[in-house]
Design a protein around this ligand. Structure first.
Ligand SMILES: [Zn+2]
Ligand SMILES: [Zn+2]
Length: 453
């Protein structure tokens, strides 16, 4: 097998691997870099050979975001993905077009949007959903067979790891993986047999695991904080990623309310995440138990849309309650950002982050401040004094690093390729694999360089 990483840097970035096996050219993911703008956010697609198949591991934009650009160049390539991903891919890309158009106007990124609403029809017709854990045989140009099998990888609704087999040679791609169950997505169910080559994500390589923190313990800590805040007359803002985390928070609150563990108060929801509730509901019904979400939680919780007649920044919200708003990193010009400008100056309120916040985002900057510091709300002409409680909860969608090493040990591969991690994360895995799997050849691919593994 030959593999070339088309991501423009050795980071999490724009995931895109070119894989050649038995003369077939596969592209595994076609992502958009979350921290770059314009053309530099794309993978390096300049020397793309004619592709036979694109494999989509899941619908986060760092894996999906440049798919329309690839299909513009090569319109007839089938995109193989899980049934759940086939349901939501177009909706996520549609939102991406809207975000790019806003960025064109706000930040003057002239090449935005990198694709249009009109091009999403081509994406929709290119998607081929494969049933999970059922090998699909593809014919190579030399007449031999390559089979592809998708395995649920936890992480987010529809996410899969991918097994490619050719003449008894097995190559497994973890994709983004979480082995533990989430409220709405069961943990990964990966193969339990040896493989020849393992291509693994390394997101948490630089983060020592915290044995004392589990999803259950973080859920209890979050509920306790919400209840204290509400009973003391405050409000809680939970900025949540639209795809997956918002539905997880809604499900978690609904279960808590049913068992009498959530204080009575109104719940407000807004943003793409509310729209995606319909999609996750459909994914649940059509994905054979790999997604568990009912849109009825919105009505069970009597969740209300956000009244956008905001009070002025610095003045507390007019209606006390729990605000679950998409934009997990509190991006500017979003309802979450606007409500934060109402809550932050008042000591009885809480802002509870429930996902990773990049340090360069407003959410990351707020988490780095302390109570009593000031915080600038750009565009709102407001400088807040931080009096509210700003908290961080650990609801990661990625496996801990020791779990990935354990999985690699069980796979007993001859070769390991490292992907999807920042430089320190990759370095930790290189060193750990050298100790734990000394017979495996470990490759941390340079962008654009072809490797035989
Ligand atoms: Zn992901
Ligand atoms: Zn990713």
């Amino acid at each position: 097998m030959r593999i070339t990483d088309l991501n423009s840097g050795q980071d999490i970035g724009s995931n895109c691997l070119l894989v050649q096996i038995a003369g077939l050219h596969f592209l595994v993911d076609a992502g958009m870099h979350p921290k770059r703008e314009g053309y530099p956010a794309l993978p390096d697609l300049r020397n793309l050979p004619p592709l036979d198949y694109i494999i989509l591991t899941h619908c986060h934009l760092d894996h999906l975001g440049s798919l329309p650009v690839v299909l513009r160049k090569q319109p007839r390539v089938p995109v193989l993905c899980s049934p759940a991903s086939a349901i939501v891919a177009r909706r996520i890309l549609r939102n991406s077009v809207g975000v790019m158009m806003r960025r064109r106007d706000e930040a003057g990124v002239r090449e935005y949007p990198l694709f249009t609403y009109g091009e999403l029809d081509a994406v929709e017709s290119a998607l081929h959903a494969l049933p999970l854990q059922a090998p699909r045989v593809l014919r190579a140009h030399d007449g031999s067979e390559v089979s592809i099998t998708l395995y649920p990888s936890g992480h987010v609704a529809g996410a899969v790891g991918v097994l490619l087999e050719h003449r008894h040679r097995k190559v497994f791609f973890t994709g983004d993986v979480l082995f533990h169950d989430q409220e709405t997505v069961p943990g990964a169910r990966f193969p339990d047999f040896p493989v020849d080559t393992l291509v693994t994500e390394t997101t948490h390589g630089a983060t020592p695991p915290r044995e004392d923190v589990t999803r259950a313990s973080e859920t209890e800590r979050l509920l306790a904080s919400i209840n204290v805040t509400i009973t003391h007359g405050g409000s809680v803002l939970v900025p949540a990623f639209a795809f997956g985390r918002m539905q997880e928070m809604l499900t978690l609150l609904n279960k808590a309310r049913q068992r009498g563990a959530l204080a009575q108060c109104p719940i407000f929801c807004s943003g793409l995440g509310v729209d995606l509730c319909d999609y996750l509901d459909m994914m649940s019904r059509k994905s054979g138990g790999t997604v568990n979400f009912r849109r009825a939680v919105l009505s069970d919780l009597k969740a209300q849309p956000l009244d956008r007649r905001f009070t002025p920044p610095g003045q507390d919200v007019a209606e006390k309650g729990i605000y679950i708003l998409s934009s997990g990193m509190l991006v500017e010009n979003t309802p979450a950002w606007r409500v934060a400008a109402n809550l932050l100056d008042h000591a009885h309120n809480t802002i509870a982050f429930v996902g990773y916040c990049d340090p360069d985002t407003p959410g990351g900057r707020l988490l780095a401040r302390r109570r009593g510091d000031s915080f600038i709300f750009h565009g709102l002409d407001h400088v807040a004094k931080i009096r509210a409680s700003v908290e961080n909860y650990y609801f990661s969608g990625h496996a801990a690093r020791n779990e990935l090493v354990d999985f690699a040990r069980r796979c007993d591969p001859r070769a390991i390729v490292i992907t999807h991690g920042d430089p320190e994360a990759r370095q930790w895995f290189e060193e750990e694999f050298a100790i734990e799997l000394p017979h495996a050849k470990v490759t941390n691919p340079e962008p654009g360089v072809e490797y035989t593994v």
